[in-house]
Design a protein around this ligand. Structure first.
Ligand SMILES: Cc1cc2nc3c(=O)[nH]c(=O)nc-3n(C[C@H](O)[C@H](O)[C@H](O)COP(=O)(O)O)c2cc1C
Length: 366
């Protein structure tokens, strides 16, 4: 390790040039059980790996001799402008990776001008996350608690703190099998205070997620209850089929994040990029569709947009950036992939994200 890491600056000798460079750094730096927790997939991790491999089965079809002096990566999600269609997926426990955890992430997202979806399992208080980056665009990812009253309080708190959308994660009616965490006997409840889940004055009360934290009884019909307690747009994260996409339209949902939870829940489902076209076709333009899972390069972003995503989200790469240098590390990660995406647009002949379409890709025969 000694010859690879510059001990004075705490950083590596060579500049990091792509997102997987940050992955290699995080692997060296983090304790094994933390690394395994972040990197792990469910069961055989087939879907986790396929999320990445599936992007490599798609080829680009560039168009040349188009003026690309002014490439504009900006777009909007739920009506709000972001500097590029590359935002931050909800991941829990940022304080495992960097001391002030989610506060660093929030500042980096604000500086980059992208949306940060804060997880229910955040390890900083929501008030502190909001206060440290007051101008940042934030959505809140909710796991519905069996005690609906507690969930309602949390939703109202989130709304009053200026979060702009509620993201309901649908793919965790129970936790997937994470073999490494079993082998490492990882116990996040013991390691971390889930500070986030009560307002500051209530912190001594029973942790929100003690016992059975996630309500596995939640159904489509319960969405109207959520809609009745908030004015925020509701986005479903984890939809993978046209059947569920059609139900989302029927239930007046505002957006879908096509996702398989980074391959951490049900293994052997489609790679998220392979499920995207089906969902996009099913919603028929009635809501925005986003994607997460396996986004590692600017070309991946371009491919997802070509298949109909309005925006993509990054999970693990943000944690690698945090592990590297906290706020600055996340800024670097976002900066690198935004620059890559700018290059992808220029080299395929796109001045604006609206020009990215299906003709720009082709599935390769393996
Ligand atoms: C360490 C870790 C924690 C996560 N925690 C949450 C969470 O609290 N809520 C949630 O909806 N998704 C969670 N996810 C899933 C991510 O939101 C996202 O779907 C996934 O990481 C995207 O894939 P990628 O890591 O390949 O970018 C987590 C993922 C990781 C790696």
């Amino acid at each position: 390790e000694g010859d690879k890491i510059d001990s004075e600056s705490g950083g590596p000798e060579m500049p990091l040039a792509c997102l997987t460079d940050f992955q290699a750094f995080a692997r060296e730096r983090l304790p094994k059980s933390t690394w395994d927790f972040i990197e792990g997939g469910a069961d055989d991790s087939f879907t986790r790996d396929d999320n990445i491999a599936a992007f490599k089965r798609i080829r680009l079809r560039p168009r040349y001799l188009k003026n690309v002096v002014n490439v504009d990566t900006r777009t909007t999600i739920q009506g709000e402008e972001i500097t590029a269609p590359i935002c931050i997926s909800p991941t829990g426990f940022h304080c495992l990776v960097w001391p002030d955890g989610e506060m660093s992430t929030a500042r980096a997202a604000q500086a980059a001008g992208v949306c940060y979806i804060t997880s229910t399992f955040a390890t900083c208080a929501l008030e502190d996350i909001a206060a440290t980056a007051p101008r940042g665009l934030r959505w809140f990812q909710l796991y519905v608690h069996p005690d609906r009253q507690l969930s309602k309080q949390l939703v109202q708190r989130v709304e009053s703190l200026g979060f702009r959308a509620l993201v309901i994660t649908v793919d965790v009616p129970k936790l997937g099998n994470r073999r490494h965490d079993i082998r490492n006997q990882l116990d996040l409840k013991l390691n971390l205070l889930l500070k986030d889940l009560h307002s500051p004055k209530e912190r001594t009360s029973m942790p929100y997620f003690q016992m059975s934290p996630i309500d596995s009884s939640i159904c489509w019909n319960d969405l109207s209850w959520l809609q009745s307690i908030t004015r925020l747009p509701i986005i479903l994260k984890g939809i993978l089929t046209k059947e569920d996409a059609e139900l989302a339209v029927k239930h007046n949902i505002h957006g879908i994040i096509v996702s398989n939870h980074g391959g951490r829940q049900l293994d052997d489902v489609l790679a998220s990029i392979d499920a995207l076209a089906e969902v996009v076709a099913a919603v028929k333009g009635k809501m925005e569709v986003y994607l997460d899972g396996g986004i590692r390069t600017g070309n991946d972003v371009l491919k997802a947009l070509a298949l109909g995503a309005k925006c993509v989200f990054l999970g693990r790469p943000i944690l690698w950036g945090l592990a590297y240098k906290g706020e600055d590390g996340v800024k670097e990660v976002l900066n690198i992939i935004k620059n890559e995406f700018h290059t992808s647009m220029a080299l395929t002949g796109c001045q604006s994200v609206a020009e990215i379409n299906q003709d720009m890709i082709q599935f390769s025969r393996l």
